[in-house]
Design a protein. Structure first.
Length: 191
């Protein structure tokens, strides 16, 4: 008697599972078909420019009722093939500020004159406000740089460079802008 009751319960449970979209042990959830084994998801398109945030600050302005807070984002965008730019965006939300900064960086992009080995053709120095940088070609040494200087050079696609910050400034935005000025002042030999 107990055996017949248990069989009836399992039959009713199985029929409920099948009417609710198939049995779960068959591998499907609902009516969605399964992807064949070994098939891959469609490849997502790679964006044209890569971006890297160098600074995020929460800034405030004082109004009659108190303080109004917003976010300021500084980022570098580049295609790792000779184009790079720096931009700042400010908004009440970090994602909006990032989008604004990315658009500004795209507008302020410069084309860098590189050699065939993606190095610098000659030594160059540049200054922006209190930040001063020096970039020297260094064959076979890789990218030797620090701080925002390294971010700008890597997103520009520059290799084999010895870069130095020769000022006491620690401001990453000013260092990045000085680096972009230095890269834009490069000249290649005309044959």
């Amino acid at each position: 008697m107990n055996l017949k009751i248990m069989e009836n319960q399992t039959k009713t449970n199985n029929s409920r599972n099948q009417s609710a979209g198939g049995s779960r042990s068959a591998g499907g959830f609902g009516n969605r078909p399964r992807r064949p084994f070994g098939s891959r998801r469609p490849a997502t398109e790679k964006p044209e420019f890569e971006q890297k945030i160098i600074n995020i600050r929460r800034v405030a302005r004082v109004v009659a009722g108190g303080r109004r807070f917003s976010f300021s984002v500084a980022l570098v965008a580049g295609d790792k093939n000779g184009r790079v730019g720096v931009g700042i965006g400010k908004a009440g939300d970090t994602s909006l500020a990032m989008a604004k900064a990315f658009n500004k960086a795209k507008q302020a992009m410069v084309k860098v004159s590189l050699t065939k080995t993606k190095s610098l053709p000659h030594e160059v120095t540049a200054k922006f406000k209190s930040a001063q940088v020096i970039l020297r070609p260094a064959k076979g040494r890789g990218l030797i740089a620090g701080s925002a200087l390294r971010v700008v050079l890597s997103l520009a696609g520059v290799h084999d460079v010895n870069a130095k910050i020769i000022s006491r400034s620690k401001d990453k935005l000013n260092i990045a802008r000085a680096t972009v000025i230095a890269l834009s002042s490069l000249k290649t030999k005309k044959n």
